[in-house]
Design a protein around this ligand. Structure first.
Ligand SMILES: NC(=O)c1ccc[n+]([C@@H]2O[C@H](COP(=O)([O-])OP(=O)(O)OC[C@H]3O[C@@H](n4cnc5c(N)ncnc54)[C@H](O)[C@@H]3O)[C@@H](O)[C@H]2O)c1
Length: 309
């Protein structure tokens, strides 16, 4: 039986990965320090071996990597605006955190590390974003995530540690963050719609994002743990997105006409959209969930809930 260690496994993406691995009968350990303030509750799965620890704590975590086949590293300060407010924490969790995960993995002879990076590394590049575009980091979050990518590439080159680097494009779905003003837009809009509040559109609502369902992100992580990856150089980035995008105004229109505009935020790109041909080739991966269908289902659930009250 393969053994997995999932960092950040009590958070949004990590918990979905943990649940899926456990459903498939894998042995799973989780490290999370519950530092994200984007969740009302964390998503620990009791079937896993759970450790409330900081990934930067080399002394306390290093033994947890022993006898592990795959490390799936999702732990991070995962949002742009909190990282602009507190760059030092973001750099500590995301850069020192990733360095510690890689070093512990190397020492424990882990077979492969899968790293969750971010489309924010594309900055102001023109879309569609492909992996050969130059990095353009507009904020501390993006710098810290791309530094993590470079550490992965270096550990693969210098130490022969197999790393797979994913750049996710705006992820939404089950267990998504709902709390506070900096939660991702899909979660905030659904929360606001549910409680009868206006949807808060940041800036003029014309920023466009490629929205990716967490189920598809989980599948990419599982595929990355297969022995054979087609024509892949370890440590290089792979986009995980859908190849289409929507403006924030368009998302709001799919949910409610009750909207209000709030001031724009610094440090955020105008548009993202993934070129996903590398993911198709290396992993045989394609997105399967469409945002439109997801939102329709969520709105049906919310309306049914309202009627039952
Ligand atoms: N959600 C997205 O749209 C998105 C897009 C691109 C990349 N990513 C990346 O995916 C990963 C997961 O993001 P998410 O949306 O699930 O965020 P999340 O905040 O829901 O999950 C991250 C988890 O990591 C934990 N954590 C943070 N710092 C830690 C530390 N130092 N030690 C131990 N645990 C720590 C948090 O408590 C949280 O449970 C992150 O690396 C993020 O940068 C996310």
């Amino acid at each position: 039986m393969k053994k997995f260690l999932v960092t950040g496994g009590a958070g949004f993406i990590g918990s979905n990965i943990v649940n899926s691995l456990l459903e498939q009968g894998a042995k799973v350990s989780v490290i999370d320090n519950e530092s994200s303030d984007a969740h009302e509750e964390f998503f620990w799965n009791k079937e896993a071996q759970n450790y409330h620890l900081d990934v930067t704590d080399y002394e306390k975590t290093r033994e947890l990597y022993e006898n592990t086949d795959f490390v799936i590293h999702t732990a991070a300060e995962a949002r742009i605006q909190p990282a602009i407010i507190n760059p030092l924490l973001a750099v500590k969790s995301n850069v020192l955190g990733t360095a510690t995960v890689l070093q512990c993995s190397r020492e424990a002879k882990v077979s492969r590390v899968i790293y969750s990076s971010s489309s924010s590394g594309y900055g102001k590049n023109l879309t569609p974003n492909s992996e050969d575009q130059a990095d353009d980091c507009l904020n501390p979050y993006s710098v810290s995530k791309i530094a993590g990518e470079k550490l992965c590439a270096m550990y693969s080159e210098l130490f022969g540690l197999e790393t797979v680097v994913f750049r996710y494009f705006n992820v939404y779905g089950k267990n998504q963050p709902l709390k506070g003003v900096y939660a991702p837009v899909i979660g905030i809009f659904l929360r606001q719609f549910l409680s009868g509040e206006p949807l808060t559109i940041v800036g003029d609502g014309t920023k466009k994002r490629d929205f990716t369902n967490v189920e598809d992100v989980v599948r990419a992580n599982l595929l990355a743990c297969r022995d054979e990856l087609e024509d892949y150089k370890f440590g290089t980035t792979i986009n995980i997105g859908t190849g289409s995008n929507y403006s924030i105004n368009e998302i709001a229109q799919m949910i409610s006409s009750h909207t209000v505009y709030v001031p724009d935020r610094i440090g955020e790109a105008k548009e993202t959209k993934a070129n996903i041909s590398k993911a198709k080739k290396v992993l045989g991966w394609e997105p399967t969930v469409h945002l439109n269908d997801y939102l329709k289902n969520e709105l049906i659930k919310i309306n049914l809930l309202a009627k039952s009250k």
